[in-house]
Design a protein around this ligand. Structure first.
Ligand code: HEC
Length: 87
Protein backbone atom coordinates (compact mmCIF):
# COMPACT_ATOMS: atom_id res chain seq x y z
CA UNK A 1 0.00 0.00 0.00
CA UNK A 2 2.70 2.47 1.04
CA UNK A 3 4.93 1.65 -1.94
CA UNK A 4 2.03 2.17 -4.29
CA UNK A 5 1.35 5.57 -2.76
CA UNK A 6 4.98 6.58 -3.28
CA UNK A 7 4.66 5.60 -6.93
CA UNK A 8 1.56 7.74 -7.40
CA UNK A 9 3.27 10.73 -5.76
CA UNK A 10 6.37 10.40 -7.96
CA UNK A 11 4.31 10.16 -11.16
CA UNK A 12 2.20 13.17 -10.13
CA UNK A 13 5.29 15.29 -9.44
CA UNK A 14 6.89 14.31 -12.76
CA UNK A 15 3.77 15.01 -14.80
CA UNK A 16 3.22 18.37 -13.07
CA UNK A 17 6.82 19.35 -13.73
CA UNK A 18 6.47 18.46 -17.41
CA UNK A 19 3.31 20.55 -17.67
CA UNK A 20 5.02 23.59 -16.16
CA UNK A 21 8.09 23.27 -18.41
CA UNK A 22 5.97 22.68 -21.51
CA UNK A 23 3.82 25.76 -21.08
CA UNK A 24 6.76 27.95 -20.09
CA UNK A 25 8.28 27.85 -23.58
CA UNK A 26 5.00 28.80 -25.24
CA UNK A 27 4.41 31.72 -22.88
CA UNK A 28 8.00 32.99 -22.97
CA UNK A 29 8.04 33.73 -26.68
CA UNK A 30 5.46 36.38 -27.41
CA UNK A 31 4.94 37.76 -30.90
CA UNK A 32 7.40 40.61 -30.46
CA UNK A 33 10.14 38.14 -29.51
CA UNK A 34 9.37 35.94 -32.50
CA UNK A 35 9.52 38.85 -34.95
CA UNK A 36 12.92 38.98 -36.62
CA UNK A 37 14.57 40.93 -39.41
CA UNK A 38 13.99 39.32 -42.81
CA UNK A 39 16.32 41.31 -45.07
CA UNK A 40 18.47 44.43 -45.42
CA UNK A 41 15.44 46.49 -46.53
CA UNK A 42 14.14 46.22 -42.98
CA UNK A 43 11.22 43.85 -43.62
CA UNK A 44 10.38 41.60 -40.70
CA UNK A 45 8.79 38.18 -40.33
CA UNK A 46 7.01 36.69 -37.33
CA UNK A 47 7.92 33.05 -36.76
CA UNK A 48 5.23 30.60 -35.68
CA UNK A 49 5.71 28.67 -32.43
CA UNK A 50 6.12 25.57 -34.57
CA UNK A 51 8.95 27.17 -36.54
CA UNK A 52 10.67 28.26 -33.33
CA UNK A 53 10.43 24.72 -31.99
CA UNK A 54 11.89 23.27 -35.19
CA UNK A 55 14.66 25.86 -35.13
CA UNK A 56 15.55 24.93 -31.57
CA UNK A 57 15.65 21.28 -32.55
CA UNK A 58 17.96 21.98 -35.49
CA UNK A 59 20.20 24.20 -33.38
CA UNK A 60 20.39 21.49 -30.74
CA UNK A 61 21.35 18.99 -33.45
CA UNK A 62 23.87 21.00 -35.44
CA UNK A 63 25.20 23.85 -33.30
CA UNK A 64 24.83 23.17 -29.57
CA UNK A 65 28.00 21.11 -29.31
CA UNK A 66 29.97 24.34 -29.73
CA UNK A 67 27.38 27.05 -28.99
CA UNK A 68 25.40 26.46 -25.86
CA UNK A 69 23.50 29.03 -23.82
CA UNK A 70 24.57 31.90 -26.09
CA UNK A 71 28.30 31.31 -25.84
CA UNK A 72 30.89 29.84 -28.19
CA UNK A 73 32.97 27.00 -26.80
CA UNK A 74 36.40 27.58 -28.23
CA UNK A 75 37.89 24.69 -26.28
CA UNK A 76 36.72 22.10 -28.81
CA UNK A 77 39.54 19.86 -30.00
CA UNK A 78 39.00 20.49 -33.70
CA UNK A 79 39.33 24.28 -33.61
CA UNK A 80 41.94 26.58 -32.23
CA UNK A 81 41.07 30.22 -31.56
CA UNK A 82 42.40 31.53 -34.86
CA UNK A 83 40.65 28.93 -37.04
CA UNK A 84 37.32 29.51 -38.76
CA UNK A 85 35.30 26.26 -38.84
CA UNK A 86 33.37 27.29 -41.95
CA UNK A 87 36.48 27.75 -44.13
C1 HEC B 1 32.65 22.59 -34.39
C2 HEC B 1 32.19 23.70 -33.57
C3 HEC B 1 31.07 24.60 -34.11
C4 HEC B 1 29.84 24.22 -34.57
C5 HEC B 1 29.25 22.82 -34.70
C6 HEC B 1 29.15 25.46 -34.90
N1 HEC B 1 29.97 26.54 -34.66
FE1 HEC B 1 29.48 28.50 -34.88
N2 HEC B 1 31.38 29.05 -34.31
C7 HEC B 1 32.34 28.18 -33.85
C8 HEC B 1 33.52 28.97 -33.48
C9 HEC B 1 34.82 28.39 -32.92
C10 HEC B 1 33.20 30.31 -33.76
C11 HEC B 1 34.08 31.54 -33.56
C12 HEC B 1 34.98 31.72 -34.75
C13 HEC B 1 35.78 33.00 -34.65
O1 HEC B 1 35.51 33.82 -33.77
O2 HEC B 1 36.65 33.18 -35.49
C14 HEC B 1 31.84 30.34 -34.27
C15 HEC B 1 31.17 31.49 -34.65
C16 HEC B 1 29.84 31.54 -34.98
C17 HEC B 1 29.10 32.74 -35.27
C18 HEC B 1 29.69 34.13 -35.31
C19 HEC B 1 29.33 34.89 -34.09
C20 HEC B 1 30.45 34.96 -33.14
O3 HEC B 1 30.21 34.75 -31.94
O4 HEC B 1 31.59 35.25 -33.56
C21 HEC B 1 27.82 32.39 -35.52
C22 HEC B 1 26.65 33.30 -35.85
C23 HEC B 1 27.76 30.95 -35.42
N3 HEC B 1 28.99 30.47 -35.09
C24 HEC B 1 26.63 30.22 -35.63
C25 HEC B 1 26.57 28.83 -35.69
C26 HEC B 1 25.38 28.08 -36.07
C27 HEC B 1 24.04 28.69 -36.43
C28 HEC B 1 25.75 26.76 -36.02
C29 HEC B 1 24.88 25.54 -36.36
C30 HEC B 1 24.29 25.52 -37.67
C31 HEC B 1 27.14 26.69 -35.60
N4 HEC B 1 27.61 27.96 -35.43
C32 HEC B 1 27.86 25.52 -35.41
C33 HEC B 1 32.23 26.82 -33.74
C34 HEC B 1 31.16 26.06 -34.15
Amino acid sequence: MFRRLIGVVVVTVLLTFQLVVGSATAVELDEATRTVKLNEQGDTVTLSLKQVKEGKRLFQYACAQCHVGGVTKTNQKRWTLNQKPWR
